[in-house]
Design a protein around this ligand. Structure first.
Ligand code: G3P
Ligand code: MG
Length: 244
């Protein structure tokens, strides 16, 4: 069961723009994508923002961390210069800014809840509270995903109507129990650990199956031939939104 887009731009614009920024969303859009994945983390003042790493250093040239910083501080931080001087000054966006951009441009969202360690429940709750207040008009649901079962449980408590996918780098042995517990409709998994047999077994159980992060067209074709429903890609230049 996968009533969502098939090809999704990873972190907004894949390798073509600084991840998890508004510039990345614009880049994905310019490449024809109307479906994006991005990572949501909680700032110290409980405002969700887009960020992959809890500790600064890779994309933001600063000391400290997301859970120690307020959203007011985060939105002044440069999340673009690391990628290319052209993007210098591109800020850390709030989740709300990105929801607004996606809704205004009819872009489907796979919202990965990416809690800093120790903030799983708070992050799931805050992301769900915000998203449920800003669902796209027209009834098409976004999709939450997370490696954190606690975050997904919190999202389910707050916004049971927003579907959930469980992220796991490999297919877990107790998949059925986990999916039931979380009320999850899809498994999101690393294609590197997936076999054709496992893919077929997941599909036979009626779950959606999403792979990350698929950057070669030939590999993408093979995964789709196994019954994989969807994947995200960093190579939005090689694998377009209508890829099949
Ligand atoms: O949601 C798929 C993928 O983004 C999960 O891994 O580390 O790229 O967020 P990561
Ligand atoms: Mg992600």
């Amino acid at each position: 069961m996968w009533p969502f887009p098939k090809i999704i731009a990873h972190r907004g614009g894949g390798t073509l723009a600084p991840e998890n920024t508004l510039a990345a969303m614009r880049c994905g859009f310019e490449h024809g994508f109307r479906a994006v994945e991005f990572d949501v983390m909680l700032a110290a003042d409980q405002v969700p923002v887009l960020m992959h790493d809890p500790v600064f250093g890779r994309t933001v040239a600063a000391g400290g961390s997301v859970p120690e910083s307020t959203s007011a501080q985060l939105v002044t931080m440069d999340a673009g210069a690391w990628f290319d001087p052209r993007y210098a000054g591109e800020p850390v966006p709030t989740f709300l800014q990105i929801i607004d951009y996606c809704n205004a441009n009819d872009i489907w969202m796979n919202v990965e809840i990416k809690p800093a360690p120790g903030f799983e429940t708070e992050t799931g709750r805050a992301a769900a509270q915000l998203l449920r207040q800003h669902l796209p008009k027209g009834g098409r649901m976004p999709l939450f995903s997370s490696f954190s079962a606690d975050a997904l449980r919190a999202a389910k408590d707050v916004a049971p109507e927003i579907p959930r996918g469980f992220l796991s780098s490999a297919v877990p042995d107790d998949l059925t129990a986990i999916m039931q517990d979380l009320g999850a409709i899809a498994l999101h998994t690393n294609y590197k650990h997936l076999t054709r047999e496992q893919a077929q077994a997941v599909k036979a159980q009626g779950f959606g199956l999403f792979c990350y992060t698929v950057n070669e067209p030939e590999l993408a074709r093979e995964l789709l031939s196994w019954g994989v429903d969807a994947f995200c890609t960093d190579r939005i230049d090689l694998i377009g939104p209508d890829f099949s």
